[in-house]
Design a protein around this ligand. Sequence first.
Ligand SMILES: C[S@@+](CC[C@H](N)C(=O)[O-])C[C@H]1O[C@@H](n2cnc3c(N)ncnc32)[C@H](O)[C@@H]1O
Length: 308
Amino acid sequence: MILYDDIVPVQIVPQSSDQGEFYDEDYDGFYEYDDIASITTSLSTSATDYKFENGRRYHGYKEGQWPVPNDEKQQNQMDLVHQVYTLRLGGKLYLAPIDECPQKILDVGTGTGIWAMEMGDLHPSAVVIGNDLSPIQPRWVPPNVKFEIDDFNEPWVQTPSSYDFVHAREIHGAVSDWRQFCSEAFRILKPGGWIEVAESAAELRSDDGTLPKDCALNTWLNNVSEGFERIGHTVVVGPNIEGWLREAGFEEIAVKVFKLPVGLWPKNKVERDIGAFNLLNMIEYVEGASLQIYTRVLKVLQTPAAPT
Ligand SMILES: C[S@@+](CC[C@H](N)C(=O)[O-])C[C@H]1O[C@@H](n2cnc3c(N)ncnc32)[C@H](O)[C@@H]1O
C-alpha cells in the first residue's frame, strides 16, 4: 500500500490500548483518522499524478504496472463489465455463500468501485473496502464503503484473519503471481471466509464453429494476451484458479463456467441483453487494452514523438 512504501513510515495502529479512542487493532482503512489527513493528502497528490500517452490517461502510482488507461472512457467500459457480470449472475453481485451479516469485505482492483458501492448498500452490516492503483472512485459513497490506493501485487496490508469475503473480478492481466495473490487472500480471511474470483476467458469461441481461430478478432486477442504475458501478467486464469486456491489452503472450492455472449445473436432475451452490453464493452475495451501493449510491449505500433 502506498502509505508503507512510498511516503513515510507511519505507525497507523497504536501499539497499546492506553492510546484511547484511536486504538483499534482491527484498523483497516486509513481514511478513518483525522490525524493522518495530511498524509492522505500527499497520497492523493502522488496517486493523481497521472500519465498521458496517445490521448489516454494512465495511473500515476506505481506507474507502468497496469497498461490500460484509467480515464472516463475506460471507466465507462468498467461499468459495462459490471452490467455484464450482474446480468450473468441473475442480478446478484456474487455467488459465494457468505454469511448474511458479513463484517469486512475487500474488493481488490475495484476500478470505478461500482461493485463495492452496491455491496455496501446490500450489506449495511459490513465495511466494504475497495483498493486500486487509481483513485478514480466517487467521493460520495455509502458510509460503510471506503477506497484505498494499493497494489495487490505487493504483500497485503490488511489485518490477518479479519475479512469475511474477498472479491476479485476482471483482474487477469494485472496479477503478477496468482499463487501469491491467493495466499495473501487466504491470510487476511477469517477461518470460514470466502473468496470469489470472476474472470473471463482470454479467448473467443462460437457455438457453431463459425468464428475461425485465425480471424482478426482472435488474432488481436492473442496478441494482447501475449503482450500481457510478456510483462509477466497471467491472462489464463479459469483453468488454473482451482489449483492455485487449493495450494493456498482454500477448501470447498466451486468452479462455475458461464457463457458471456458478445453481440445481439442470442434468441433468449437475457442472453441478448448480456450480449448487447458485452459488445459495447468489447468495443470500448479494444483501444484501451491495445495501445500500450502494441506500442510499448509488442512494439508493432509506434508512439508518436512528443511535440518539441
Ligand atoms: C479491468 S479493471 C476491473 C475493475 C473491477 N474489478 C470490475 O470488475 O469492474 C482492472 C482494475 O484493476 C486495477 N489494477 C491493476 N493492477 C493493479 C494492482 N497491481 N493493484 C491494484 N489494482 C490494480 C486497475 O487499475 C483497474 O481498475
